[in-house]
Unconditional design. Structure first.
Length: 198
């Protein structure tokens, strides 16, 4: 049974962008989707590490050799696309917290999204919330995992880390954490020894 569990946010507890949201961003950018997404993701690590939204979109535009007509609209659409949680995972988080497990969150996230999640009651169930934008480093940098362990107040060896990215899981294992690629609520229940609800 794992008593210290460190969760990724996006792709685990929070949902990733829908196709509709992605189409909206491409429409606002006025750039072909394939080119847009290459620039969007190439510039994202600095955004996750604390760069402002204005500077991020300026970098994306520069990479594309263009200027965006409505940066505030792009910013708002982008934030909205990353603001939905998975109710089943939220329920499991609350259940694990009620059982007395120590929960942590380690997320590559932009500063503008932190207040969105801080309005969620379930976020308060985490003993430590480690956000890349606030520590100046993002997964899979080893320091991100070390800071998360420090904030939880436990050695890395006591932590089970769950992330939807194989790269991030391998990096967690390299620093000494037990880590698994997230696939489902049922998988998490099995890994942490939680009883099924059916």
């Amino acid at each position: 049974m794992s008593d210290v569990i460190l969760f990724d946010l996006y792709g685990v507890i929070a949902r990733t962008q829908t196709e509709q949201a992605r189409e909206r961003l491409v429409e606002l950018a006025g750039v072909p989707g394939e080119r847009f997404w290459v620039a969007y993701w190439d510039c994202r690590p600095d955004y996750d590490a604390g760069l402002s939204s204005a500077a991020y979109w300026e970098n994306v535009a520069a990479r594309l050799g263009t200027a965006f007509a409505d940066v505030p609209a792009l910013t708002a659409a982008d934030l909205d696309s990353w603001s939905q949680s998975d109710p089943e995972m939220v329920a499991l988080v609350n259940e694990l917290a009620d059982e007395g497990r120590t929960l942590g969150l380690l997320s590559n996230i932009i500063e503008d999204l932190v207040p969105v999640w801080e309005r969620s009651d379930w976020l308060k169930r985490f003993a430590a919330r480690t956000f890349s934008c606030r520590i100046g480093v993002a997964k899979p940098d080893p320091r991100a995992y070390e800071v998360a362990a420090e904030q939880l107040g436990v050695p890395v060896e006591r932590i089970l880390f769950l992330d939807d990215s194989e790269v991030n899981v391998r990096a967690a294992r390299a620093v000494g954490m037990a880590a698994e690629v997230f696939t489902s609520v049922a998988q998490v229940r099995k890994l942490v020894g939680a009883a099924p609800t059916w």
